[in-house]
Every structure is written in C-alpha cells, then in structure tokens.
Design a protein around this ligand. Structure first.
Ligand code: DHB
Length: 399
C-alpha cells in the first residue's frame, strides 16, 4: 500500500515556477506538496539564464524568499548592444526608470528550495515513476516512488503542472481543445562558463557579420558567454584558443574592446525554440512556466515569465483552494497569456534582429542593419527595447 498524503495543491515540478507557487501559496495559508524527478543537486548544478527583471527580484522580497540577490547579485541599469564592433548602450534607468539584476536561475532555485525548507514546505526531490491520477476528478493527484524507494500517493483539490519544457502535465489538457504553437530557428547558442574577470560591467549583446555573441557574467571571477552556432556544429571539440578568437572576432571594433579570457570549465549547446500551449487551464489542472511555454534565450525572458506566471496564478489559486472553487482561477490564463505572447514576440524579435541566418543574403543583412539602426538610433526604439527587457508592469496581471 502506498503512503498517502492529502494536501490542497499538488505541484508537479519543483523548479523556480513550482517552488515560487508553493511559497506564495504557503504565504497565503494554503498547503501544497511539490515533487520533482530531479534531485536538488541536479537542479542546482544546471546552468540557466542569469537576468531577473525588477519585478522578479521584488517577488523574492515580497514572498520572503531571500535577500541574497542584494549582496550576491549585480544591479544593471542598462545593457550594451554592439553592432559590428560599435557599442550602443540602452539605459533602462533613464529610458523607463527600471533596472535588472544579474542573479542566476540556479541561485533563485537555491533560495526558493531553502525558503521552502525553512518554512516547513513539503518538497520531494528525486522521485521516480510519476503518474497523474484522476486528473478530471475533484481530487487530482500523483503517485510516485520517493527518493528512498517508497511508493507514495498525494491528492489535492488542484494540480499545478510546472514540470518544465519536457512536461507530462501539458498533455492533461484534453486533446480536442489543445493547441500547440511552435517554431524552431536554424541556429543555436554554444554556452561556456569560464574563470576570468568581467570584461565589462554590463551585458554585451554583440551582432556582427560573423554572427552573434553574448557576454554575460556570474561573479567577479566566473563569466558566462554564448556564441551563435549551427545546431549541428561540434563546438565541444573546439580548442579554447579557437573559441576565444571567435568571441573576439564578433566583438572587435574601433574602440579596441578586448575580451578577458580564462580557463573554460563548462560547455553546453542551447537549442532555440519558441513554444506555447493553450489553454493553460482545464478544470482543476493549471500549467505554469516552461510546461506551457518556452522562448529562445535571447533577452532572458524564460525565468522571468515563469515567475510572472506564478504571480498571476498564486493569488487566484490560493482563493480557489480556500473556497474549493474552480471559478476563482478565472482570469489567470488571460493575464498570463497576454504577457506570454508579448514575451514570445520580444524573444523572437531580439533573436531575429541579432542573429544572422545561415543563408542570409546581402539584402537580408542590410535590412537587419536598418532595423538595428531604427531601434538603437532613436529614443522611441531604445525605449521599446528597454521596457520589454526590463519587464512590463505588474498591473498586467489583472489582479
Ligand atoms: C544570460 C542569458 C541570456 O539568454 C540573456 O539574454 C542574458 C543573460 C545569462 O545566462 O547570463
């Protein structure tokens, strides 16, 4: 016989979206159990994006997660968009009164996992053999084998699918009404982590005839950088010298910019995909984060979107759970999808504007430069970019 647990909300997927929802529910007096097939160490050691919009860090404060970002993160008032070696600073603070924080997703996860532990939250990592039970009943749940090998069953009044881009929960939305919108791109990023000092005090998004490069950061001595590549390129076999000269070539300019380099200790290939599934709710089942949508990494919207889903969902879900009333979830999808499609557009736009297509002809290239000039050369263009990059206001959540 499995050990059974009764809770109010079952959360499948304990990454940033699932844990933030669990934390926000707890702060509103609602119990949840969150499960994840990955171990805590595995999630902590997966390198993901690094930029949080101001409203995302605000959630870390408001929901009493942690204020570690203030001491270990870096507040950025702008970013640099470098076009063929010419720098264009986008001053978020001046243009839209906002800043962003360089604070990696792994740290957000660590803070959330610690906060749930501190507050007595029920989070089970490293589970296996997960099956969703009675998803269309009044008591949906999951069965699984826990990290100690014991068979478990958890039932709740609602079930949240926050199980990431390889979600099983998204298939709980009945097929008749389910729409999946999808796009692939003919390039990828090759990401590295290296031991080197910062080359610049903000991020550099660099586009050149040789392709795109992003110079990001982690700490004073560890840096994160990405190179546009062909998804089939085997850059794992490139020497460090080859990688550094490719980075430098994409950054080179009349200002003599010189990238600071050092030993590379991690290499990853990141695919470029855009995906949205609608609807995000069916009865007592709701989706949040990558389970419902993914964006290509340019512009760092993924984690921010997952957290804004949590924000749009948790208050409504807490009300729904307290009253055991599904109608209290009304408005979640509408609010979330509005932001999601905006972010889809922003990520797509940043991606296509900054990357060269493998078959880019001289016309395409010159048109792209025209677009960049239109955006970067005018205050209205820079403002549009700054507003999207630093996050749209909370009122958009419709609460
Ligand atoms: C990082 C990743 C991004 O996709 C981005 O747009 C900015 C920063 C990062 O990993 O630091």
């Amino acid at each position: 016989m499995p050990e059974t647990t009764r809770t109010q909300v079952v959360i499948v997927g304990a990454g940033p979206a699932g844990l933030m929802i669990s934390q926000m529910l707890a702060n509103r007096g609602v119990d949840s159990v969150a499960i994840d097939i990955r171990s805590r160490e595995e999630i902590e050691n997966t390198h993901r994006a690094g930029i949080l919009e101001a409203q995302a860090v605000q959630m870390l404060d408001d929901e009493k997660v942690s204020d570690r970002y203030r001491t270990e993160g870096y507040e950025h008032e702008g970013t640099d968009i470098r076009v063929n070696g010419v720098s264009n600073r986008i001053n978020f603070k001046e243009l839209v009164g906002a800043t962003v924080w360089l604070y990696p997703q792994t740290d957000v996860f660590i803070d959330l996992a610690n906060a749930r532990e501190r507050d007595g939250g029920d989070v089970r990592f490293g589970v296996s053999d997960v099956k969703v039970l009675d998803e269309y009943s009044d008591t949906p749940g999951v069965s699984f084998v826990d990290a100690d090998g014991n068979q478990q069953e958890v039932r709740g009044d609602f079930l949240v699918g926050s199980d990431g881009s390889r979600s099983i929960c998204r298939f709980l939305i009945p097929e008749e009404g389910r729409h999946q919108y999808f796009r692939e791109y003919p390039f990828a990023w090759f990401g590295i982590m290296c031991e080197a000092p910062m080359s610049y005090d903000e991020l550099i998004y660099a586009t050149s005839a040789k392709g795109f490069a992003l110079i990001s950061q982690r700490t004073e001595s560890v840096q994160r950088m990405y190179l546009q590549c062909n998804p089939s390129d085997d850059m794992h076999s490139w020497s460090e010298d080859q990688l550094w000269s490719e980075f430098q070539a994409r950054l080179e300019g009349p200002d003599g910019f010189q990238l600071k380099t050092g030993p590379i200790f991690e290499r990853t290939l990141l695919p470029f995909r855009s995906f949205v599934q609608e609807p995000m709710q069916h009865g007592r089942i709701v989706l949040a984060g990558d389970a419902a949508h993914t964006v290509p990494p340019t512009g760092a919207r993924g984690l921010n979107l997952a957290l804004s889903d949590a924000r749009a969902l948790a208050t409504r879900l807490a009300e729904a759970a307290k009253a055991n009333d599904v109608s209290k979830l009304d408005g979640y999808q509408e609010a979330a999808l509005k932001r999601i499609w905006r972010a889809q557009n922003f990520s797509y736009w940043m991606t296509t504007m900054l990357h060269s297509l493998p078959d880019e002809n001289p016309y395409d290239y010159k048109r792209r430069l025209g677009e960049l000039e239109m955006v970067l050369g005018h205050k209205s263009g820079r403002t549009h970019l700054a507003e999207a990059y630093s996050g749209w206001p909370n009122e958009e959540d419709g609460l």
